[in-house]
Design a protein around this ligand. Structure first.
Ligand SMILES: Nc1nc2c(ncn2[C@@H]2O[C@H](COP(=O)(O)OP(=O)(O)O)[C@@H](O)[C@H]2O)c(=O)[nH]1
Ligand SMILES: [Mg+2]
Length: 227
């Protein structure tokens, strides 16, 4: 069956995203082993991508903070799953970057085993945001991770990073290429978002996509509650 590509978020969804990400965001847990995950609670959205894809930058752009993700990726914290509490409504999970050219095979296998165990077993994981650098070709490791996500049956959404460094025509071609790829993967959400953490391009769109998974805001009880 052909997947339809959903349209962009509505104004109301953009506002939901803005509100969510205007809230407090703080690191609350680092997991180095699969049996040391925080207890399940809030819905989770995890970020994955090759090292240097711009993962820390996009988490910082989303949350409007300069140092949030960097602080968590200092030596010792880089090889763990880092959990952030966003406004008590959602957990953002920063996954270790993959695709180190120099990493030994055993390191890669450890990464895969841990990620697969997390992805497959985490009942509160709503979506993986898979980051791809818009300027470069897809690597074998990106393809491996998409297959891993298919096998784990976790819905993933491809987000292109560093789009400020790609000319409009090349970006359009890249988006088409990645859309076609998404259609081939059972677990891929078909809508691609092009972003730049430098200029803020696409960031409010991504906030809106992520906000769909957050625990709804508590209504005060005084006004009328929405739908
Ligand atoms: N031009 C541009 N550079 C970016 C963007 N996002 C990240 N970078 C750069 O890419 C490099 C890696 O970014 P970082 O967020 O640390 O990547 P990570 O390893 O995936 O966490 C840094 O030099 C960033 O300044 C972007 O949107 N545009
Ligand atoms: Mg980083």
């Amino acid at each position: 069956m052909m997947k339809e590509i959903p349209g962009p978020p509505t104004e109301a969804q953009i506002e939901d995203g803005r509100l969510l990400f205007a809230g407090e965001c703080e690191f609350f847990f680092g997991s180095q082993k699969i049996d040391q995950l925080p207890p399940v609670g809030r819905p989770e959205v995890a970020f994955a991508g090759r090292s240097n894809v711009g993962k820390s930058s996009i988490i910082n752009a989303l949350t409007g903070r300069r140092t949030l993700a960097r602080a968590s990726s200092e030596p010792g914290r880089t090889k763990q799953l880092n959990f952030f509490n966003l406004a008590d409504r959602l957990s953002l999970v920063d996954m270790p970057g993959y695709g180190f050219a120099k990493a030994a095979k055993s390191v890669k296998e450890d990464w895969q085993d841990m990620m697969f165990a997390y992805l497959r077993g985490r009942t509160t994981l709503e979506r993986v945001i898979l980051l791809l650098d818009a300027r470069i070709e897809l690597k074998a490791s990106d393809k491996d991770v998409m297959e891993l996500l298919d096998r784990a049956a976790v819905v993933f959404q491809i987000v292109l990073t560093k789009c400020d460094q790609v000319k409009p025509k090349a970006l359009a071609a890249k988006i088409s290429e990645v859309e076609a790829l998404a259609l081939k993967h059972a677990a891929a959400y078909p809508r691609i978002i092009a972003t730049s953490s430098e200029t803020g391009f696409g960031i409010e769109d991504l906030r809106a996509e992520i906000a769909r998974f957050a625990v709804p805001l508590q209504t005060s009880g005084e006004g009328q509650s929405g739908s």
